[in-house]
Design a protein around this ligand. Structure first.
Ligand code: MLT
Length: 310
């Protein structure tokens, strides 16, 4: 059996894979055209951010299992995989803490304008007067849309900061909200209307696409913060751009709809011109702890596949 690893996994996990199968091809810097031309005799493919296109799938006749070392599977052509009878597995929940930590990081950074502090310092400027006007987070209401693993980790951290929480998720009942000691909202609109900071934690699917619409964004109070560490597609990005450009709200974004597919290289985005937008480089899951947990889950999936043929 051959396992093809088309992204950077921790060396420990590559070594462990080597104990399971004879042939592990580790090619973290594979290009899109190399992927598209097919993966030879590989039966198993492990990817993180690398795109798995229809061409790649159709040109890899032996492929039987694709393991996404992460939660979202939007980088894989699922229809092509299903037509080719390829099983696609993911590793949900393993990077929830890392994403929740980045969420809090973006909130604090925006409130204190940390990125601007650093840029000015590197420019030789000391600006205590400009940056001494943060709001502070204690007592600010955070609105959470989506209460899966990541949303729940954000709730814990927000509470530790003394922030009241109002949340909506499809399955959140008033009783469950009471148990969690958070306020239950009937709708996303209610969350947006009643919070100071809105953070979205939903997987992207047809039901959640642009769930944070222009209308929802317009419900945010002046000066509110919007945080997206989920997927770019859950928000109406044009409307978000206009709201941030007008200066009415500020945004902390770990994702953009036009983020580069490459892991390293130049970037061009309209959000670069906005002072009120802090954009990180899709690094929510990028802690060593999270990557070890995700990779070890990926290895377990492959072990299960080898042992049980599934
Ligand atoms: C995820 O879907 O879990 C993240 O996008 C993973 C990643 O960035 O590797």
């Amino acid at each position: 059996m051959k396992v093809f690893v088309a992204d950077k996994l921790p060396q420990e996990s590559i070594d462990e894979l080597g104990t399971l199968v004879e042939n592990v091809e580790n090619k973290p810097s594979i290009t899109a055209s190399e992927m598209d031309s097919g993966l030879g005799e590989a039966q198993v493919l492990v990817v993180r951010s690398t795109i798995v296109s229809k061409e790649c799938i159709n040109n890899s006749p032996n492929l039987a299992l694709i393991v996404r070392a992460g939660a979202g599977v939007n980088t894989i052509d699922l229809e092509a995989a299903s037509n080719a009878g390829i099983y696609v597995a993911n590793c949900p929940g393993k990077n929830s803490i890392a994403v929740a930590e980045l969420t809090m990081g973006l909130i604090i950074s925006l409130d204190r304008r940390l990125a601007d502090n650093v840029i000015d310092f590197r420019d030789g400027k000391w600006n205590k007067a400009t940056y001494g006007k943060a709001d502070g987070l204690f007592g600010k209401t955070i609105g959470i849309v989506g209460l899966g693993g990541i949303g729940r980790e954000v709730v814990k951290r927000a509470k530790a900061f003394g922030m009241p929480v109002i949340a909506w998720s499809r399955s959140l009942t008033p009783a469950r909200a009471e148990e969690m000691d958070i306020a239950h909202a009937e709708s996303v609109e209610q969350v947006a209307s009643e919070c100071d900071i809105l953070s979205v934690h939903l997987a992207l699917n047809p039901e959640t696409e642009q769930i944070i619409s222009g209308e929802i964004l317009s419900k945010l109070r002046d000066g509110a913060l919007f945080i997206n560490t989920a997927r770019a597609g859950v928000v109406d990005e044009d409307a978000l751009f206009e709201e941030v450009r007008s200066g009415r709200i500020r945004a902390g974004l770990d994702l953009l709809s036009d983020e580069p597919e490459v892991k390293q290289g130049p970037v061009e985005s309209r959000f670069q011109e906005l002072e009120g937008a802090y954009v990180s480089h899709h690094i929510g899951a990028s802690t060593r702890q999270a990557q070890l947990a995700v990779a070890s889950d990926a290895v377990d999936i492959i072990r299960g596949y080898i042992n049980e043929g599934k």
